[in-house]
Design a protein around this ligand. Structure first.
Ligand SMILES: [Zn+2]
Length: 228
């Protein structure tokens, strides 16, 4: 702890650079947000992976995104025995209190959680991580279910099983999301939209689940896609 360690120094240096270079530029906007409170229009739920910089890939700034992050961008279904109140609380707060108009579930390439789910048969040790990853079980089952459409990227099949699960998991977690009371209520009232997103880290490329989503195709977002 403290600033004597290597990472402590790294943290302090980074903060100091923010205070010197960035704080002067955003102080006015942050003062306004402090006065008026946050009014984000989007809830963004993604993985804790360090390579996903939510503000960078969505070009958003302070006050724009209400962000929920966890290992594997999972949304535990409501009322489960091993349910999780953290994600449910964030959803309830985002939808009922902040009245966000959209929720995006964003998965990404090379997700360690998806890799672990595919390898999980050897892993029987009861740890918090293992218990948490159970919420990804329905995604694995969905991928194995031949009667369902196969989630894919526009223009190409998934590169491998991990990418296939990353895409399928986004669709499955959107389904879990719809089961939450506040979400289903807001959807019925026409006050909320759900979006699926996939970020390919190595390509620095985002894909958005096509509206309707029946075919489960994630469309490449091009440089000219400024509509919507
Ligand atoms: Zn991940």
């Amino acid at each position: 702890t403290g600033t004597g360690t290597g990472t402590g120094r790294q943290l302090a240096r980074g903060i100091s650079a923010f205070q010197r270079n960035t704080a002067p530029l955003v102080r006015g906007e942050l003062a306004r947000l402090a006065r008026e409170g946050q009014q984000p229009s989007q809830l963004f739920l993604t993985c804790a992976d360090s390579r996903l910089v939510t503000s960078m890939i969505t070009s958003s700034g302070p006050g724009d995104l209400f962000v929920v992050r966890n290992v594997g961008n999972l949304v535990p279904p409501p009322g489960e025995e091993s349910g999780d109140d953290s994600v449910a609380a964030a959803i309830e707060y985002g939808v009922d209190v902040l009245r966000v108009r959209s929720i995006t579930v964003c998965g990404h390439s090379g997700c360690g959680a998806m890799q672990a789910l595919l390898a999980s048969d050897q892993d029987t040790v009861e740890t918090p991580l293992h218990r948490w990853l159970r919420h990804g079980g329905p995604s694995v089952a969905r991928m194995a279910d031949g009667s369902r459409p196969t989630a894919r990227l526009a223009g190409r099949a998934a590169a491998d099983a991990v990418e296939q699960l990353c895409l399928t998991n986004v669709i499955q977690q959107l389904e879990h999301l719809r089961a939450h009371d506040s979400v289903s209520r807001a959807l019925r009232a026409g006050e909320l939209e759900l979006h699926g997103m996939y970020f390919h880290v190595g390509e620095a490329q985002a894909y958005l689940l096509a509206d309707g989503g029946e075919d489960e195709v994630f469309d490449h977002v091009g440089v000219a896609d400024l509509s919507a």
